[in-house]
Design a protein around this ligand. Structure first.
Ligand code: SF4
Length: 251
């Protein structure tokens, strides 16, 4: 049995997959996105969050059967709303065995994996075998820009995208639009070319920048230092997708 560390369980989530969902936020992420709005999801360990309202611990260990019991209590209601469970983070594939063991105990619930795509092939395949739908992030296609803004190479992500496309599991590409970073015509066109024609891809979702991204950094004892202009208007260029017949929507 593999225990996991979770920093939130959000009920009645409407944007994390089809229908009404319960979203499980797993702690730990190998990326360091300059725009991350869940800094408490980065460290794999429980941590103290401090604010004017006091202190709280973000992160608690769960056994698979403990989490599955919580989720199964909601199963009938989630199925009635054509929803299910979404594993998000942080990066849920950092705790692939815990996710897999939990899913194996679920009572016929639709499972969505919300991932950065940065993981070993083994961890991806372990969870994919138990997943109905994947939300797969693509941020930057240029390798140097990806390293600069996320701290990691994008080669494993692009490899895993090809594995996903060959897996038979349907997926949605999610692009966080960060002003002057990911929302450039060049990057959006490169994403469109990368995903065009991939088997199983349902659509591309463009996610406009969250201006409150830095809000939780002080509470997590971390510094918020975006090296881009947060106030710059976003480039919502859907035409680069439409001209390549890639279905796109702005969330
Ligand atoms: S992949 Fe997501 S959780 Fe990880 S650092 Fe980037 S935005 Fe944050």
């Amino acid at each position: 049995m593999t225990n996991g560390v979770i920093f939130d369980i959000k009920e009645f989530a409407l944007h994390d997959g089809p229908g009404v969902r319960t979203t499980v936020f797993l702690k730990g992420c190998p990326l360091r996105c300059a725009w991350c709005h869940n800094p408490e999801g980065i460290s794999p360990q429980p941590q103290t969050m401090r604010s004017l309202r006091g202190e709280r611990i973000a992160g608690r260990e769960f056994a698979p059967h403990e989490l599955a019991r919580i989720l199964n209590r909601q199963a009938a209601a989630l199925r009635a709303c054509e929803g299910g469970v979404t594993f998000s983070g942080g990066e849920p594939l950092m705790q692939a065995d815990f996710v897999a063991e939990t899913v194996d105990l679920l009572d016929d619930l639709h499972v969505t994996l919300d991932t950065s795509g940065y993981a070993s092939e083994r961890d991806l395949r372990t969870v994919l075998a138990r997943t109905d739908l994947v939300y797969f992030d693509l941020k930057l296609i240029d390798a140097a820009a990806h390293r600069r803004y996320t701290g990691v190479d994008n080669a494993p992500i692009l490899r895993n995208l090809r594995i996903l496309a060959g897996s038979g599991v349907p997926f949605v590409i999610r692009v966080p639009l960060v002003p002057g970073v990911t929302d450039t015509d060049e990057n959006l066109a490169a994403i469109a070319r990368t995903v065009r024609g991939l088997p199983g891809m349902q659509r591309v979702d463009l996610l406009p920048y969250n201006q409150a991204a830095g809000g939780k950094y002080a509470a997590a004892g971390m510094a918020w230092r975006p090296d881009y202009d947060e106030t710059r208007p976003l480039n919502l260029n859907t035409a680069v997708f439409e001209t390549l017949q890639v279905k796109v929507r702005v969330q």
